[in-house]
Design a protein around this ligand. Structure first.
Ligand code: ATP
Length: 347
């Protein structure tokens, strides 16, 4: 367990009478890459702004390490923010944009220069010092914004959808680069996105939010493999969610069949929901399958085929590297490790 650097305790925030965060509790470890993930309007940015000091909560406490910082203004917090719109200064060149924070601190030029050049080196922009901002691509502007934030050596960097304006390819590159920077500089990153793939790729810990509430906190693997409820399961990639009955420990029935599983601790015959990822269904000849399904539609996706399959009146999504034909009857098997059980109460 990492030493806590930021702790939000029982935070409540409302705007114009609308409660945006309620009983919000979160501990972020020193050096951790934490991502707040959730649909638009769920309160991610509000959490970030609360940490940054731009939002004053109605109640609750914000701690930096052991120190309560409720009344510490934003510029006195060891926290820096990168916004989606990078807010670079268009009239200053790359060098001056990065140097800006250091100049505010009235540091001498001989201290500023090596720091700025080192940061530009780190983000791959050495040689661009004299370029003006509007002569840079979106990705380069983003790098300047990152350099400008990191040159102040914040302990915590808050990033609000920083890659939102970039095209997919650049976005992927920058994801890896941000992750590398975070590791190298050992700064705590609190990252906001509504893109689940981005969250899974980059984070040590993902916080899934909906309507101001935390739905689940866990490693990307935990969140993907063991979603705690249907909201998380659906938000984190495609899944098949079917009603089932937990017959006893390690045995669940759904679709009229019993399946071995790895879950336990439910009441005997407790109604549950079963989550099965599209890539976890084995397609076999109909006679060899525990379930049978009728293939409705097959879409080529490059790496795999996406198939929509009718199983007892419910549509299943299956990803497979082998195509079946629309109208074909297929057999389906699912291994114990691929079956994830959720309590219906959690739903
Ligand atoms: P997005 O992904 O769209 O940025 P988000 O999850 O970051 O969404 P927030 O920006 O935290 O969500 O907003 C949560 C709710 O609070 C929204 O309904 C929003 O309209 C409202 N809200 C946020 N800031 C303010 C404000 N300054 N004044 C009034 N309402 C606000």
């Amino acid at each position: 367990m990492l030493k806590p650097i930021i702790t939000l305790k029982d935070i409540a925030v409302s705007f114009d009478g609308e409660q945006v965060l309620k009983n919000f509790n979160l501990t972020i470890g020193d050096g951790e890459f934490v991502t707040l993930l959730g649909p638009s309007g769920c309160g991610k940015t509000t959490v970030l702004r609360t940490i940054g000091g731009f939002v004053t909560p109605d109640s609750g406490d914000v701690f930096f390490g052991d120190e309560k910082i409720n009344n510490v203004p934003p510029h006195k917090r060891a926290v820096n923010t990168i916004f989606q719109k990078y807010a670079l200064f268009p009239h200053l060149n790359v060098y001056e944009n990065v140097a800006f924070g250091l100049r505010l601190k009235k540091l001498p030029e001989e201290t500023i220069r090596p720091k700025v050049l080192e940061m530009l080196e780190t983000v791959g922009l050495r040689g661009f010092e004299r370029r003006s901002i509007n002569q840079l691509s979106g990705g380069q502007q983003q790098r300047v914004a990152i350099a400008r934030s990191l040159v102040n050596q914040p302990r915590v960097l808050l990033l609000d959808e920083p890659l939102g304006a970039l095209d997919l390819k650049l976005r992927k590159e920058m994801q890896l680069e941000l992750k590398r920077l975070q590791r190298e500089l050992n700064i705590t990153f609190v990252y906001v996105t509504h893109d689940q793939e981005e969250a899974l790729t980059m984070s040590d810990t993902v916080v899934v939010m909906n309507k101001g509430n935390i739905q689940q906190i866990g490693s990307p693997q935990d969140i993907y493999n063991e979603p705690r409820n249907a909201f998380v399961a659906k938000f984190i990639g495609d899944s098949n969610i079917v009603d089932g009955i937990m017959e006893k420990d390690f045995l669940v029935s759904f679709g009229g069949q019993e399946f071995a599983c790895v879950d336990r601790g439910f009441k005997p015959r407790e109604p549950v929901q079963v989550v099965i990822r599209p890539e976890d269904v084995d397609i076999v000849p109909p006679s060899a399958g525990k379930l049978t399904g009728l293939v409705r539609e097959v879409i080529f996706k490059g790496v795999h085929f996406e198939m929509h399959v009718d199983v007892e009146g419910k549509e299943w999504l299956i990803h497979s590297t082998q195509a079946s034909q629309p109208g074909e009857l297929i057999g389906m098997n699912i291994g114990p490790d691929e079956i994830h059980i959720m309590s219906r109460e959690e739903v």
